[in-house]
Ligand binder design. Structure first.
Ligand code: TYD
Ligand code: MG
Length: 453
């Protein structure tokens, strides 16, 4: 064990501290809440005073930012999610389910960086050199400046990083790394936290950018109780249905840019391909002239995405009708159905209802409410909606259609993809300019909207 460091165990529930592990916390009586933590021996009082004397506030104007020039990853989709490229000295966590394509994405970033003559160090604790090479061969030609290392001991890794000082380091994955100061197994909360701490000091100390791969646990968080997210500068989640080809990279936290942005990729046999126009991609395969289907427009950051909302409403044989919502919020669908029941007098309580956002994408923006409502009505009445129509707007409990943001962008996207009619909230009418070739219908209640289809 390194000098000056000891480990303690503490209860995650009540904070009770103990020198050894216990199954049950003696204080709050919760089971399995103990985790190990490394504590640094405190700085002596004199040193602390000395440190404080050196502290001097600086004027915001005097802070020098000229160094923070971003490095492009060679992938526009990724650059946008990062806020315009990689910030030197930043620590970026790329999370996602196993097998979603995190290693592939980062290896492709390495390839692009070597083409720009940046030195890159790819450290893998999961795959052998041969396996990485095989993957790399599918992706394409790599420059000379990519170095590989198969290692899991973090002390060795930090020695190598300090000696080589590459521009960018990739750690694949944080769950395989271990730190000798902590006795628990790799992948445990304390190991992951300690390892990230070491990497953060390296990134900030030497000014290199580090990408960390983190597998998501069953609960959908990286290594337990979000231990990593507050330590790193940027958190990106790579998501998508493993069986569908497209993948979405979503910014969850970003100290250097907006978190609303997404990047869309498609998994091919030669690696990940950027999808420049996701709307077109999402709408491919849309059925023609069938009831229960309508296109909605949702904003992902600054990007409008058109997607197909489908509903299937049929007579139920069950005492408790079955309801499902794939790709959107289940409770929201129930709420919207209750609005239809009360405000339009539709007898949905005797019907099974299945709502689906086609393409396996997840959308929770309230702006898709109106499309969900119209899809349900269309299926219930078995009346197809005109194919060239899109609808968006938030639906309130009184059946009113409420305003949404960025109306102009949504309408422009619909026009770009050849739609001819847009149903939108009445209150938004004043914020859209008239565009040629597209009819805009403002509606103030769900009843009005249903009359339009
Ligand atoms: P991988 O990057 O290993 O996932 P992760 O690191 O997130 O666990 O990608 C895994 C999947 O991607 C694997 O099932 C195979 C597929 N794949 C392709 O379809 N095409 C390719 O060119 C590559 C490299 C992988
Ligand atoms: Mg991997």
């Amino acid at each position: 064990m390194a000098k000056g460091k000891t480990t303690v165990f503490y209860c995650q529930n009540c904070g009770y501290e103990s020198s050894k592990w216990a199954g049950q916390c003696p204080s709050c009586r919760e089971w399995n809440t103990f985790v190990e933590e490394v504590v640094q021996k405190g700085v002596s009082a004199r040193e602390a005073v000395k440190k404080r004397e050196n502290l001097k506030p600086v004027s915001l104007k005097e802070v020098d930012t000229s160094e923070a020039l971003r490095i492009t990853t060679g992938m526009e989709e990724l650059d946008r999610v990062l806020g315009g490229g990689i910030v030197p000295g930043s620590l970026v966590l790329v999370g996602g389910d196993p097998g979603i394509g995190k290693s592939t994405l980062l290896l492709q970033v390495c390839k692009n960086l070597t083409e720009l003559n940046k030195s890159v160090l790819y450290i893998s604790g999961e795959e052998s050199l041969q396996q990485i090479k095989l993957r790399a061969q599918r992706i394409g030609e790599f420059g000379e400046s990519l170095l590989l290392l198969c290692e899991t001991n973090l002390d060795t890794i930090s020695e190598v990083i300090k000696a080589r000082k590459p521009d960018v380091v990739v750690i694949d994955s944080i769950q395989t790394m271990y730190n000798e100061t902590v006795s628990s197994a790799p992948g445990s909360v304390s190991q992951v936290r300690e390892s990230t701490g070491v990497l953060m000091q390296l990134a900030k100390g030497i000014g290199i950018s580090i990408f960390i791969v983190g597998h998501v646990t069953k609960e959908g968080v990286v290594a337990g109780p979000r231990v990593l997210e507050h330590m790193v500068d940027t958190v990106l989640y790579f998501e998508g249905d493993r069986h569908a080809a497209y993948r979405i990279l979503r910014g969850v936290k970003n100290r250097f840019g907006s978190t609303n942005e997404i990047g869309v990729f498609e998994m091919r046999d030669t690696g990940l391909e950027q999808v420049a126009n996701p709307s077109e991609y999402m709408l491919s395969g849309k059925p023609e002239n069938s009831s229960g289907s309508i296109v909605a427009c949702s904003m992902e950051g600054t990007r409008p995405i058109l997607l197909e909302v489908q509903a299937l409403v049929c007579q139920s044989n069950l005492a408790m009708p079955r309801r499902t919502a794939a790709g959107t919020d289940y409770n929201r669908v129930n709420l919207l159905m209750a609005v239809l029941e009360k405000r339009l007098g539709m007898h949905l309580s005797a019907c099974d209802a299945y709502v689906n956002i086609a393409g396996g994408i997840r959308m929770n923006e309230p702006a898709i409410d109106l499309a969900i409502v119209l899809a349900i009505v269309s299926s219930y009445k078995d009346r197809p909606v005109d194919e060239k129509t899109i609808a968006f707007g938030e639906v309130g409990l009184s059946g009113e259609v409420r305003a949404v943001s960025m109306v102009q962008q949504r309408v422009a996207e619909a026009r770009k993809l050849g739609f001819e009619t847009v149903i939108l909230p009445q209150v938004c009418l004043k914020s859209v300019e008239k565009l040629q070739g597209i009819k805009i219908i403002g509606v103030s209640t769900v009843k009005d909207a249903v009359r339009c289809i």
